[in-house]
Design a protein around this ligand. Structure first.
Ligand SMILES: NC(=O)c1ccc[n+]([C@@H]2O[C@H](COP(=O)([O-])OP(=O)(O)OC[C@H]3O[C@@H](n4cnc5c(N)ncnc54)[C@H](O)[C@@H]3O)[C@@H](O)[C@H]2O)c1
Ligand SMILES: N[C@H](C(=O)O)[C@H](O)COP(=O)(O)O
Length: 349
């Protein structure tokens, strides 16, 4: 990808996520590595990020700006020799690798500052470093993920989680979207409805066209049950819900085929003719994607009124506890590149 001209380069908010995890480190490393291409603004505790950056590489230069200053005079221009940081203070001292619910609220404050910044026009996209869902719940705030939180905060009734990555070896980009996101497995069948699938398919089709420039998206859809229900002998969701939803989608002009058995769908001979696979639930689709592309994948929330991308991994507390320099920031770099491309594409839609 060639860099966008500096004057038109979108400003991207990079939320730094759970402070005890690898988020702050990979956010700093990726923003610094891509500073010539992307205008990344870190959002997090400025003092903590400055300390972390200094430990990574003393050459990294950060400049802090307060939320109050942004509200008063907008985003100042920083050259590519430094990374701007919007200061959102943490509540408690950070011990790498050790979760502290005292900082749970601040992690959400970071996200809220990024959302405010998009609304105010300071940022054109949000790229999120991983947070620890359990710690936010431990802090007393019911929370199931960025995806659901951003949907709620933007008043969007339906969004779609899609992860994308390049497996390499000349294989095409693999995109896996999910019909359901973070919910217990026992609740999945009841959450898959004809109306819900209709909305999910509409969003995938729309966003692949407008944000990814795919003129006629081809979507392959998995079944829910083993062997896509084996003609109803291993479950009826395919017959009662998924097939009617696909028939209706095709009648609306959406190229959605299936339901196919999930265990054999992810073969090159099928994937080469597909732009996206729609899986029915989190651990049906994501292990395949992460096995093929872990460390280079990007998590994208479709259907939002803003651009949001993220990494394909979590907080990796095990690595954070052992010190800096162990985490791979490849996925964060891909998430920044994807946000940059999507933000530019979104200017015309
Ligand atoms: N975008 C997000 O905010 C996001 C994404 C996924 C998981 N999570 C959250 O992260 C927390 C921990 O999840 P988990 O333990 O299941 O998964 P994890 O991805 O944090 O860790 C799984 C394994 O992958 C390794 N790993 C992860 N990222 C790596 C990197 N950048 N470089 C090298 N190795 C890496 C870890 O060391 C660990 O062995 C959970 O709370 C989960 O919900 C958040
Ligand atoms: N489901 C995501 C994954 O496995 O990578 C991850 O939990 C992040 O979800 P949010 O983007 O909703 O936080």
């Amino acid at each position: 990808m060639s860099p966008a001209p500096a004057a038109r380069r979108p400003a991207l908010a990079i939320t730094t996520g759970e402070p005890a995890g690898i988020g702050p480190e990979i956010a700093i490393r990726a923003a610094w590595a891509l500073r010539g291409d992307a205008n990344c603004i870190l959002v997090g505790d400025a003092a903590f990020l400055a300390m972390t950056a200094g430990a990574i590489d003393p050459a990294i230069r950060l400049s802090a700006v307060s939320l109050q200053a942004l509200r008063y005079s907008g985003l100042p221009h920083f050259g590519p020799d430094r990374i701007a940081v919007v200061d959102v203070p943490l509540a408690a001292h950070v011990v790498p690798g050790t979760l502290d619910p005292a900082n749970g609220r601040a992690v959400l404050d970071i996200l809220d500052a990024a959302i405010e910044g998009v609304r105010a026009g300071w940022f054109e996209a949000i790229v999120t470093a991983p947070l620890q869902k359990s710690t936010i719940n431990d802090a007393g705030v019911p929370f199931s993920g960025h995806t659901e939180y951003l949907a709620e905060k933007t008043g969007t009734p339906q969004v779609v989680m899609m992860l994308a990555g390049s497996p390499g070896n000349g294989q095409p980009c693999l995109r896996v979207a999910l019909a359901t996101t973070h919910l217990p497995l026992k609740d999945v069948p009841g959450a898959i409805t004809r109306d819900g699938l209709a909305k999910v398919l509409d969003i995938i089709d729309h966003d692949l066209r407008t944000r990814f420039g795919i003129a006629a998206p081809r979507i392959l859809v998995t079944g829910l049950n083993p062997h896509a229900g084996e003609n109803g002998y291993l479950g009826r969701e395919e017959i009662d819900v998924i097939e009617p939803a696909l028939l209706a989608a095709r009648a609306r002009g959406i190229d959605a085929q299936g339901p196919y058995p999930a265990d054999t769908l992810f073969q090159p001979k099928y994937l080469k003719d597909a732009d996206c696979v729609l899986a029915m639930y989190h651990d049906q689709g994501l292990p395949v994607l992460k096995h093929a592309t872990f460390g280079r994948g990007v998590n994208i929330t479709l259907g939002l009124p803003l651009v949001r991308t993220s990494v394909d991994h979590g907080t990796a507390l095990d690595l954070a506890a052992r010190g800096l320099g162990l985490a791979d920031c490849g996925s964060m770099e891909e998430a920044i590149r994807a946000a940059l491309q999507m933000a530019v594409a979104s200017r015309t839609h």
